[in-house]
Structure formats: C-alpha cells, structure tokens
Ligand binder design. Structure first.
Ligand code: IMP
Ligand code: MG
Length: 485
C-alpha cells in the first residue's frame, strides 16, 4: 500500500531527526514510541529495556498507557511475553486471558485487548529489550506492518548501542532504582528527559521541591473525529497523588483558545480523566490546596525544605499498618499515643489497622531544675491495662530519653507485651538505647515540623513534614515546667 509506505517513511525519518539533535536518549525513544503510534494508529506503545540481571524489563518510555499500568510492578522477562526474549515477534489477541501475559487483570482494567511485542536486538543472539504496542480493540498486524516494526526495533537498537557507548544510559542505575519501588522508577524514567518548554521545567522543579510525584507527558490522547482525523493531545504532566493531568499555559490567547478546545474535547471523550489547564497563578493555587507552595497559608513560609510529602507519609503509614496488623493477628491491640505530636500519625495508622484495637493517651511534661531535666506523666492511661498488648505510638524518637521513660512507666501497667512504633527516628542523636519495633522513617539531625510535630506549639497542621528554616529554630528548652509537645 502506497499510503502506508509514506507513513512508514515519515515515521522513520522523524525518528532519525530526533536522533541527530542533542535531545538525549529518552527523547529519541519517545520519538520512536510516538511515531510508531502515529504510523500504525495504535493506542499505546512502550520501549522496555532488560535490566542488568536480565530477569526484568524496565519500561523506559511509553505513551498512551495509564501510569498505574506502567508502574504495575516488576515485569518478568520470562513470564511476560517471554518468547520475545528468544527473538520472536509475539502477538497476543486477548491480553485479558492469554497465559503469556503477566498481569492480565491489569490489562483488563486498562482496557488493553491486544499486544504485540517486538524484540530489540543487540547482537545476533542477544536481545536488550522490547518494543510493545497496545490496543483497546483487537488489532491484527499485516506482514508489512510487522516488517515495519522490526525495522523500528532495529533502529532503536542502533540508538541504544550509541547511547551505551556514550555512557548516556547506565543500566545499573535503572536497575537499582527499579528495586526501590515505583517512585524511584518514575524518577529513573524521567531523569534524562528534556522539557519542551522552560515553564515546564520550572513547574517540574517546583513539584520536586514539594516532593509531589510527577510524570512528564506520559500519555497521548487520541481526539480524532471525522473533521480532524488523527488529532492528538499530550498533556504536559500527570500528578499521581492528585490523579490529575496538567497542561501548562502561556498567555498567548491564540494558543489558549486552541488548548481549551482540545481539553473540552478530551473531557467529552474521556470523562474519567481529570485534566486541568494551568497558568502560574493557578498552579500555585492548586499546590496550596495540598498545603504546598507560596500561596499555602499556615506557616509554610517557615519551611526550608519538604522532608516528606504527605503522599510519602501516607504510603509508609499504610505499610506499617499492614505489618503491624499481620504481627498482631488474633490479638487485641492497645495503642498508646503520647500527646500531642502523635495525633496525625495515630489517626492515620489506626485507620489502616485491621486487628481489633482500643486507644489511650499519655500526656507528659518536661521540667528543668538546677541540675537536670526530667519528664513527668501529667496524664496516665484512663484505666489499668494489665495483660494488654500495648503498642506505644510515638511521633519521633530523638535522644530516646522520653521513650525510655514512658516504656518504663508502661511496664508498671503489667502488659502482656509492649512494643514501640515511631513515625520518625533520629537515630544519630540517640543517647540511650531503646528498641524500636516499627520505624516509619529514619531521618537526619534536622528539626522536623508538620504532620502533628511542632516547634513551640506551631506548624502541627501542615499535611507534610518539613524542615524548619534554621534561623527560626529556638534551641532553648529551659522554660520550666513546660508541657510536652
Ligand atoms: P527525645 O529526645 O527522644 O526524648 O525526644 C523528645 C521529644 O522531643 C519528642 O517526643 C518530640 O516531642 C521532641 N522532638 C525531638 N525532635 C523533634 C523534631 O525534630 N521536631 C519536633 N519535635 C521533636
Ligand atoms: Mg513535640
């Protein structure tokens, strides 16, 4: 077919063009993926590269796929369309039921029906990765189309070979990061990427500062209709925490109108997708909604750096709750919190615990006399808890003195078991040995505020944990007697 030939030619020449500029490997791979989608009119495409162990495939770039589908977990090179690794083109007509698909249920959720996988060769008998195409409708590929795909895979192989030679890709980096989980993988995916516009880079840096996860142009939406066949739209960012796509705007009116039209169309065609058109003021306002950025009130201006974003905290709290629930299976748990810093952590942790439990609180105060500083219990447990399985829940263990004192006190209630769970652990400052059974995050020697933690009673309401600007930190602990915060 003549038309098809033209399309293939255009795709290959676009890919070549991208490889001649200095845009970096990710950009070239992105061009491979985009131009393949365009030439064959498929819904999605990805380049997966074999990791150093040669057991796993790491998605390197992708378009047209949901982010959660891409970050579905380790892709086993054998269990997932394994014959590709033997150099064969593998075609799956129904990804939701074919045993050669590793995550069929996720394919179903993502609406993926057919997949074709083409090996990316290195030398004669070595495969370094795969080019995969995805479709929502069943889609057969003609011999001609398959030949085209094999050529694209060969081209990709050439670019990769160059990139490896020039040291642009260090495979072990990708591998190490993949093992750290989805956030790190996201990082690995996006790092070498070049932004299309300086304002996009600004926005990305801003998100980085607030530790908000983002993906750059992860998905292309097909908007085509009979009037404008082949029209597509690729929003600039996807923010997983907010499940929202973001398209940044400039002030050029003509572009605005065009973008507005596309976004209206996208909303019609994909009602389940959240997308927002943002200018600078808008995105500060949006960040403020989540407690970040220059427009956020309640003391964020006192923050030097975000140490842990609310999403990071929530993820870790869920993990801790899962572990604790498993460890206490069949038992009844008593959570004991120490007021007041623990309130956020306690509330979130107990929300995710699945064992039967009750809660109680202790309050303490510190007072200093001429020779020493001491801790005193100002509110004991509501009633005696003989025989209970007590889990002491702390916001932060610093020198360890407080936790040690409280544990000693709780022992006097004669519990059946007594363990400690702390959100933060400043291990490097420890003066006395306390055994911590569950630790959320080990942190350095910095003063943390937010998510319940205070400085002189303030900043507890921040949804994230930040580091206080050093000049605002008052080290003096001598006001006596003081109530613990
Ligand atoms: P300790 O030094 O382990 O006894 O910690 C005593 C208490 O100091 C903790 O329970 C917190 O209330 C407070 N604290 C220690 N480090 C921080 C911090 O970085 N931010 C807020 N409070 C802290
Ligand atoms: Mg405190």
């Amino acid at each position: 077919m003549k038309d098809a030939g033209k399309k293939y030619y255009r795709a290959v020449s676009e890919i070549f063009k991208s490889s001649h500029s200095s845009l970096g490997t990710k950009r070239v791979l992105l061009s491979v993926v985009r131009n393949t989608i365009k030439a064959l009119e498929v819904d999605g495409c990805s380049v997966l590269l074999l990791d150093e162990t040669k057991h796993y495939l790491i998605p390197s770039v992708a378009q047209g796929l949901s982010d959660w589908y891409l970050r579905k977990g380790p892709i086993d090179a054998v269990r997932s369309l394994g014959e590709t690794m033997q150099g064969k083109v593998v075609y799956i007509a129904d990804a939701t039921s074919d045993p050669r698909v590793q995550y069929p249920d996720l394919a179903r959720r993502a609406g993926i029906t057919s997949i074709i996988s083409i090996p990316i060769p290195k030398k004669k008998n070595e495969i370094v990765g795969e080019l995969r195409l995805y479709n929502r409708q069943p889609r057969e590929f003609t011999k001609e189309e398959q030949n085209f795909l094999v050529s694209v895979a060969d081209l990709t192989s050439l670019f990769l070979e160059n990139a490896y030679l020039e040291g642009l890709i260090r495979q072990q980096d990708v591998t190490a990061k993949a093992e750290e989980g989805p956030t790190a993988l996201t990082q690995a995916l996006r790092e070498p990427l070049a932004f299309g516009h300086p304002s996009e880079e600004d926005f990305a840096r801003l998100l980085d500062f607030y530790r908000v996860e983002w993906l750059y142009e992860p998905r292309t939406f097909v908007l085509g209709n009979s009037e404008q066949p082949g029209e597509m739209f690729t929003p600039d960012f996807y923010l997983p925490e907010m499940d929202s796509y973001i398209e940044l705007t400039t002030s050029k009116q003509r572009l605005m109108t065009e973008k507005n039209r596309k976004i209206r169309r996208l909303k019609e065609l994909y009602p389940e997708v959240n997308i927002r058109l943002l200018n600078k003021k808008d995105y500060f306002r949006m960040l403020a909604k989540y407690g970040y950025g220059p427009l956020a009130k309640d003391g964020v201006e006192a923050i030097d750096r975000v140490m842990l974003s609310s999403a990071e905290i929530q993820r870790r709290v869920r993990q801790l709750a899962k572990q604790i629930s498993a460890d206490y299976t069949g038992q009844r748990l008593l959570l004991v919190g120490v007021l007041k810093g623990v309130i956020f952590f306690m509330a979130d942790l107990m929300r995710h615990l699945t064992v039967p439990l009750t809660v109680d609180f202790l309050a303490i105060s510190y007072y200093t006399n001429a020779t020493s500083q001491a801790v005193r219990i100002t509110k004991d447990l509501d009633r005696s808890r003989k025989g209970a399985h007590i889990l002491l829940v702390e916001d932060i263990v610093d020198t360890g003195m407080t936790a040690k004192y409280i544990l000693h006190h709780l022992e006097s209630h004669k519990p059946s078991s007594l363990r400690v769970c702390t959100l933060l652990d400043k291990r490097s400052r420890r003066l006395t040995d306390v055994k911590l059974d569950y630790v959320g995050f080990e942190i350095g020697d910095e003063f943390a505020v937010g998510y319940g933690l205070d400085h002189k009673g303030e900043y507890r309401n921040l949804s994230f944990i930040g580091v206080l600007k050093p000049d605002l930190l008052v080290v003096d602990k001598s006001t006596s007697p003081g109530s613990r915060s």
